[in-house]
Design a protein around this ligand. Sequence first.
Ligand code: NIG
Ligand code: FE
Length: 420
Amino acid sequence: MAKMLIKNIKGLFQTGENLPHYKKGEQMDHDNMIENAFLAIEDDEIIAYGKMEDWGGIMDWRDLEVIDAEGKYVLPTFCDSHTHAVFAATREEEFEDRIKGLTYEEIALKGGGILNSAARLQEMDEDTLFEDALERIHELAKYGTGAIEIKSGYGLSVEGELKMLRVIKRLKAASPMAIKATFLGAHAFPVEFKENHQGYIDLIINEMLPKIAAEDLADYIDCFCERNYFTVEQMNTLLEAGAKYNLIPKVHVNQFSIMGGVKAAVEHGALSVDHLEELDEADIAALQGSDVMPTFLPGCSFFLSIPYGKARQVIAADLPLALASDYNPGSSPSGNMQLLTSIACTKMNMTPVETLNATTLNTAYAMGISNSHGSISVGKKANIMITHPISSLARIPYSFGENNIETVILNGKMFHTHKE
Ligand code: NIG
Ligand code: FE
């Protein structure tokens, strides 16, 4: 039995046995911190934590690995509840086109964007896609990401979507990170269906969904509900079809325009509604009284120079809020969750503690793993990260672009440690 004790922790963030499934409104600024703390792990689970003075006798010292965390903070690892981390190629040329004046939407209308990624993915074999993605997500784990949701959506054909989802299934088996798979066949209309949108929707419903269900390849279903992409009516049809296979929705809505997708997703029992760069009172009203997690993707706002989510308005409405990376080659080519907390503080006026709640407990909820991840609680998975010695927790968002995480432990095992 592997036992580990982390002692002399300067601050142990996000602790508790009766924490809510997610924090909302004023709770978003609660750190549930224990100062001068210990954390005890057995195998892959957290078995105890508390003040250093209460440590005595909880574990015997034989065969115990001890880590001294003096001057360091310990947190649950980040959960990244929205990514497109399986892709074939980066898209720097579109980045340069945008610098020269084209918009993301204009590039997409010319056949770039998602269709560009789909063409590249079609050329790449499954093994290479898998190896690249594994390396990519393990790089993110060094920055503290311990759980990640990954979407399909660059396949856009029966074979392409199945290939992506099989890659995600292999990642689940190969990585100690917690991984959830989301089927995003409705990411864009492929060229062959440019004039026949209904034909593509029929393909998703009649060909893709049954095969995905038969191979048990997806946990969630997504749809890019946006002008030039999928209408609210098309999304409704797709989510109803997904529900027949018990696929809960997590959807892309309100990135560029407000079309009523938020309310529709709430009515379909979505777990989260993501993007929300545009958000109005009716959307907020639709979210109130629901358990749907509004999720902002500040990396996308930063990279595409589009509006940031109105975090203060959402929190003031006593709603919860999650922050995810949207890691993808087009609109957010970074999965660094620490950097996200910086952007959310500086551009969305969130407090450091709010951003850390929004990237741990609340994203664990948004990917359906809050029973096992997202907080320091007895019985939860020992997915934790230890900072370098730092003056306060606010140092994580403050020193933007830096890696403040020294050690990452996944499922009770040392995953990475970085000593100066
Ligand atoms: O969440 N908006 C839709 N999908 C992705 C971008 C995909 C891409 O550009 O490749 C997003 O931003
Ligand atoms: Fe996305």
